[in-house]
Design a protein around this ligand. Structure first.
Ligand code: ZN
Length: 280
């Protein structure tokens, strides 16, 4: 069983679920959750209405080993598995139940490179995640994730956001910046508090709505064989049409099909996983 921490307000209200370390090595959200839990337990924070559930470590074995996953990417198998075949499928069953029983889920992630810019995903916009995202202290919102995966039936986008959507609930994924940067913990921590404030679950002023840049995902590129990116790309680096982005060891070159941005480049991607994404 996953460790969960639950707090209830005096009045009924929104059920909020906060998840962290769905990818085991993304530890910023874990630290932020523990800080929030400690503040509720000490009485410094009080839940005025609704209920809050925090799961600081969604992939405990991967967290212990400081790796992304054990058998497979947990955020691609968030769907009920009657006969789980992998470690992550077993975890997904527990997480699905939680997502189903909470109206809103905030899923805290962090990214691979030093200096990465924090951003939110908004896959299925509705009034809940619009309100949540406008309260977050991030400049960028990425949209269109489900569409790029719907083009390829071999990859299923069984993410926390997708499963919440299936259950008529809402989830938002926040990428808090580079895993190991202390700033990422601060961003995760403030995201939890801003969400609680935006939905009037704690006594705090409404967070100020900040202007965001919306970026539409266009496609993703799988790394199909050994190779490397042509430079140390960072998330949201602009790219020009025709720019050489990656080169395989056999000489094949991948170029940018049009002007835009490179998103979520993974310099250490393993074969047959997402290497980078393109957006506009
Ligand atoms: Zn992640």
């Amino acid at each position: 069983m996953l460790d969960k921490f639950e707090f209830k307000g005096k009045k009924d209200g929104l059920g909020l679920l906060v998840l962290a370390a769905v990818h085991g090595n993304e530890t910023a959200g874990v630290n932020a959750c523990h800080r929030v839990i400690q503040e509720f337990q000490s009485g410094r924070l009080k839940l005025t209405q609704g209920s809050l559930t925090l799961v600081p470590i969604c992939n405990p074995e991967a967290y212990k080993k400081d790796v992304r996953c054990i058998d497979e990417n947990l955020n691609r198998v968030i769907v009920p598995h009657p006969h789980p075949q992998t470690y992550e499928q077993g975890l997904a069953n527990e997480i699905c139940e939680l997502i189903q029983s909470h109206r809103l889920t905030l899923d805290l992630h962090s990214t691979h490179c030093i200096g990465d810019v924090p951003f939110a995903f908004c896959d299925y916009p509705d009034e809940y995640n619009q309100k949540l995202i406008s309260a977050l202290d991030v400049d960028f919102v990425l949209e269109g994730w489900p569409e790029i995966y719907s083009q390829d039936t071999t990859i299923q986008d069984c993410s926390t956001e997708q499963y919440a959507h299936v259950c008529s609930n809402t989830a938002t994924t926040l990428e808090c910046g580079y895993h190991k940067e202390p700033k990422a913990i601060e961003i995760s921590y403030r995201a939890i508090l801003s969400t609680l404030a935006a939905f009037e679950m704690i006594d705090a002023p409404h967070p100020e709505a900040k202007k965001k840049t919306h970026i539409k995902l266009k496609s993703y590129v799988l790394k199909t064989k050994e190779g490397k990116l042509c430079k140390n790309y960072k998330h949201l680096d602009p790219i020009k049409k025709g720019e050489q982005i990656a080169i395989y060891d056999d000489g094949e070159v991948l170029v940018a099909p049009e002007d835009g941005f490179i998103l979520l480049p993974n310099l250490n991607a393993s074969i047959n996983t997402e290497w980078y994404y393109l957006g506009e």
